[in-house]
Design a binder for this molecule. Structure first.
Ligand SMILES: Cc1cc2nc3c(=O)[nH]c(=O)nc-3n(C[C@H](O)[C@H](O)[C@H](O)COP(=O)(O)O)c2cc1C
Length: 234
């Protein structure tokens, strides 16, 4: 029986895989007292409930409750997902901003539909939003950037998002130049930076339950613009 370097490497890989699986099984979920959600008390419109849940997640100590997964798809329907910040949620929809020239920006141009997912572990809650995405005009996009930190302007000025980066040194150079420009010119235009608004046609609220009797309440927008609600099996 051989016990050469290939066998040793394989044994090392198997042990790492076992340790990884043990770790996954040992990680707790909702190791905390979860709030109760009674869907009978839910409002007619999903927006106030979303705002309430985000506020409660923040109060319960959820870290960065205003970050969300944003899923888009390319023209052939191939999906992609990433994290972005929520800039607002109002009667127009859920607002986020990015470069129009990035992968997600190009995908939204080809197929202006997206899905969002929020997960707030401190309260065992998830919200899913899906709908149609509209790009705001240049003035509103620039105004949105203007409300954010100077660091956000500098980051946006770097540009080239989703393009191949030849070397990290190149990013350092571009970032230094962008910081300097953001400081000198706080109103500097960033042509590709775009505010997007997702107008929802479906919003689902999920409240985790320790006994796994999770509550799923889904709002769907009808042709008249009114919302209907239904419960879903978890
Ligand atoms: C917490 C967090 C917040 C982020 N917020 C944004 C954002 O608001 N806008 C943005 O363009 N990218 C944001 N990013 C970076 C994106 O996740 C992603 O890497 C980038 O937008 C490129 O995505 P794309 O190549 O799919 O277009 C954030 C990343 C993290 C981890």
């Amino acid at each position: 029986m051989s016990n050469g370097p290939d066998d040793d490497r394989q044994q090392g890989q198997d042990e790492r895989q076992d340790a990884f699986r043990r770790l996954l099984r040992s990680l707790p979920v909702w190791d905390t007292e979860l709030p109760h959600f009674d869907p009978a008390t839910a409002p007619d419109d999903p927006l106030p409930l979303f705002q309430q849940w985000l506020s409660e997640a923040a109060r319960a100590g959820s870290i960065e409750p205003h970050t969300m997964s944003l899923a888009t798809a390319d023209a052939s329907g191939r999906p992609s997902v990433r994290t972005v910040m929520l800039h607002d949620a109002d009667e127009r929809g859920w607002h986020f901003a990015t470069h129009r020239t990035s992968r997600k920006g190009r995908e939204l141009a080809a197929r202006p539909e997206a899905a969002l997912a929020f997960y707030w572990p401190a309260v065992g809650r998830q919200v899913r939003v899906q709908g149609t995405v509209t790009a705001a005009d240049a003035a509103e996009s620039r105004a949105d950037l203007g409300k954010r930190s100077p660091g956000a302007l500098a980051a946006a000025l770097v540009g080239h998002q989703s393009e191949e980066l030849p070397s990290y040194a190149e990013l350092e150079r571009a970032s230094d130049a962008a910081r300097e420009r953001a400081h000198r010119e706080p109103d500097a235009p960033v042509d590709s930076w775009t505010l997007y608004v997702l107008s929802a046609d479906e919003v689902e609220f999920f409240q985790g339950d320790a006994r796994r009797r999770h509550v799923r309440l889904v709002y769907r927008r009808t042709d008249t613009g009114a919302w209907t609600t239904r419960l879903l099996w978890p």
